[in-house]
Design a protein around this ligand. Structure first.
Ligand code: SF4
Length: 692
């Protein structure tokens, strides 16, 4: 038995602190950290079962080249040579990295620096594109930068919490527990806006069973109502907001039938919002995973800006991220259309500043390929060398069949991951063993901008290495020894923090430069801290001072045109398929699937279908059903329930080629994306359903 180590849960964006006590023989005792500001000791079922998931079964312990065990030296040299040769022959945009919101910030930083600063392409994107890219785009349009205004405390201080496209009870369970506790204590009103009745509705005072895609219409209607009721904060708008008149004019013309709600339900919600100043609107994948996700985000922000409900305790729009380090990825610029430290790729001054900071030879001037476009380019033969780190795109990207074929046909694919048996790793030329949660060390940023440490509690298995070290090794072998001469995570974090000073100098929000000289020892003992760290902002909230990060210093309200989902229903595909998570599984189950406890909750892939649809499709409870879309099909166990509306069945995303090949949802999802964010419309496939 050794000492207890403080770390962070590797699953959702709540970012709960955990106490890890190694038990010997590789076992780990996991408890909630009572001092972590995200969870104060609470953990959900997934966090509590983390100890069940750390066995070394199936782990890759040494590099493999063409399926055969290889020396690190040979594998790394091969990767460096192949990337160099490809770039020399076809240019920097012929290579790409596809990374993950589960990388640590230091991993993200090095991967992004290698691609954008030294290879000279912006072709690095992340699975966070599937999660919250629409929020990033919406924030940037409204605030001038990707700033999450509020904090978790705001949910406890609000008098009304509106949850839109968020099954908080299952997807962010500890935040849900905090909200439920606040509600019990002080009578917080809760509105859930979701086409499905979910467990989150257990604490809802009002559940709006919105028509799929009706969110922007709902909030446009709210904006018009607020104006009609004289609830606009005219002083705040005149001093701090641009675009009010155009946004309101568009909102007034809205067709509220798109919401699918009754006039009575709309009136009840609008009245609650209008009368409650301290309102937080929480939104998540139900908003983001849409072909109009960015517009939906801006429709929500519009209502908060128009009423001055932003940056105040218990008031503001609040995006909760799906992944443990989606925010860290945004801070390091690990998206194809971002630079680093929330700077802008398209801004020549920002580019020059980062280039000079990195002493970089090359900087791309335009955005790279976003996730779906990246794999389309791969399929078209334009990408000739691909590196996938810590993610499994063969079964998580839309149109999974195309992605699989594209990777099979790619001339050179590298995967760095825990196992060589993921659906993607099986197709790779080179597989590099990376460290996993509990073994690696670094930082993550949760949904309310709190930076926490992940710490090593278990021995490094076999020859596995941290991702930052693997990217650095390849960078050095490509000829950039000095730029990638990193000895440890603390050194990378210091550089990341120092780069944020550049952002601060440009008036950007992300500034943690106070940490740029943190010692190795202080990094080891780093306590969770919310950024901004250099600015004195009450309670860690942004925008209380009414100052935004646009050139005018004012926030932008956008004229939002509500649009229905793009995947068209017709006679052949008459149903609109919704997708989402379930309580006890995570992503493609590569970790949670190891816990028998977690599998007891919902043990197999299911299809929730309304009784009327089930009757029309000739289905009974527990039948097997084939759900078929234009991109492909998958099989699920039938669960007939009134929780889903007629015409809008639901399936969970977790089962994959590894765990249940026939139930891979992403085979059904078409590659339709939001034009601003590039985020796929994962919640609105057109399908038909038949008995298997
Ligand atoms: Fe982990 Fe999220 Fe559960 Fe917290 S709420 S224990 S971060 S999965």
């Amino acid at each position: 038995m050794t000492d207890t180590i403080r770390s962070t849960c590797p699953y959702c964006g709540v970012g709960c602190g955990v106490l890890l006590t190694p038990q010997g023989n590789g076992a780990l005792k996991v408890e909630g950290d009572p001092e972590h500001p995200a969870n104060y000791g609470r953990l959900c079922s997934k966090g509590l079962a983390l100890g069940d998931t750390v066995s070394l079964d199936g782990r890759l312990l040494a590099p493999k080249v063409d399926g055969k065990t290889a020396k690190w030296d040979d594998a790394l040299q091969l990767v460096a040579d192949k990337f160099k040769d490809t770039i020399a022959e076809h240019g920097p945009d012929s290579v790409a990295f596809y990374v993950s919101g589960q990388l640590l910030t230091e991993d993200y930083y090095v991967a992004n620096k290698l691609m954008k600063g030294f290879i000279g392409s912006a072709n690095i994107d992340t699975n966070s594109r599937l999660c919250m890219a629409s929020t990033v785009a919406g924030h940037k349009r409204a605030f001038g930068t990707d700033t999450v205004p509020g904090t978790y405390e705001d949910l406890e201080l609000a008098d009304l919490v509106v949850l839109v496209g968020s099954n908080l009870a299952w997807c962010h369970p500890v935040l849900y527990q905090r909200l439920a506790a606040a509600r019990a204590k002080r009578g917080t009103k809760v509105v859930v806006v979701d086409p499905r009745r979910t467990s989150t509705c257990d604490i809802a005072d009002l559940h709006l069973k919105l028509a799929p895609g009706g969110d922007a219409a709902l909030f446009n209607g709210l904006l018009a109502h607020l104006a009609d009721q004289g609830e606009i904060d005219a002083e705040f708008v005149s001093q701090h907001v641009n675009g009010f008149d155009a946004a309101l004019e568009t909102a007034r013309a809205e067709d509220l039938s798109l919401t699918g709600l009754t006039e009575a339900d709309l009136a009840t919600f609008y009245d609650m919002f209008t009368k409650t100043k301290k309102t937080v609107t929480v939104f998540s994948q139900g908003i983001n995973q849409s072909s109009s996700g960015t517009e939906k985000v801006n429709s929500i922000i519009n209502c908060h800006l128009a009423t001055g409900r932003i940056g105040l305790p218990g008031s503001g729009p609040f995006s909760v991220t799906g992944q443990p380090n989606a925010m860290g990825g945004r801070e390091t610029g690990g998206l194809a259309n971002m630079l680093a430290a929330h700077l802008d790729l398209e801004n020549a001054q920002h580019r020059d500043a980062v280039k000079s900071f990195w002493n970089a030879p090359e900087m791309p001037e335009a955005a790279g390929l976003k996730a779906v476009d990246m794999f389309d380019a791969l399929a078209a033969g334009k990408i000739k060398a691909l590196w996938v780190a810590c993610t499994n795109p063969v079964i998580s990207l839309p149109n999974a069949n195309l992605v699989e074929e594209a990777i099979k046909n790619c001339p050179f694919t590298v995967v760095s991951d825990l196992s060589d048996q993921t659906d993607t790793a099986r197709l790779a030329d080179v597989v590099l063993p990376a460290l996993g949660w509990g073994e690696k060390s670094g930082t993550v940023t949760n949904s309310d901008r709190t930076i926490s440490r992940q710490r090593m509690a278990l021995a490094h298995p076999g020859e596995a290495r941290p991702d930052w070290e693997i990217f650095s090794e390849v960078g050095r072998r490509m000829g950039w020894e000095e730029a990638f001469d990193y000895r440890n995570e603390a050194q990378i974090f210091r550089e990341h923090a120092a780069l944020s000073k550049v952002a601060g100098d440009f008036g950007k929000d992300f500034d943690i430069s106070a940490l740029s000289d943190i010692s190795d020892e202080d990094f080891d003992g780093f306590e969770p801290q919310k950024w901004p760290i250099t600015a004195a902002r009450e309670g860690g909230r942004f925008f209380a001072d009414g100052k935004f990060f646009t050139p005018t210093g004012k926030a932008n309200m956008l004229a939002v045109n509500a649009r229905a989902p793009q995947a068209e229903l017709d006679e052949e595909y008459p149903l609109r398929l919704n997708t989402g998570r379930q309580r006890d599984q995570w992503h493609t189950m590569t970790r949670t699937g190891r816990s028998s406890k977690l599998s007891k909750h919902l043990a197999e892939p299911f299809l929730q279908i309304n009784p009327e649809d089930a009757l029309a499709c000739g289905l009974k409870d527990a039948d097997l059903a084939v759900v078929k879309g234009r991109a492909g099909e998958a099989i699920f166990r039938v669960w007939i329930t009134e929780d889903v509306a007629k015409g809008s069945p639901f399936v969970p995303i977790h089962w994959t080629c590894q765990t249940a090949a026939a139930s891979t949802v992403s085979k059904i999802i078409p590659a339709i994306v939001d034009p601003f964010s590039g985020q796929p419309e994962s919640k609105s496939a057109a399908v038909n359903i038949t008995k298997f």
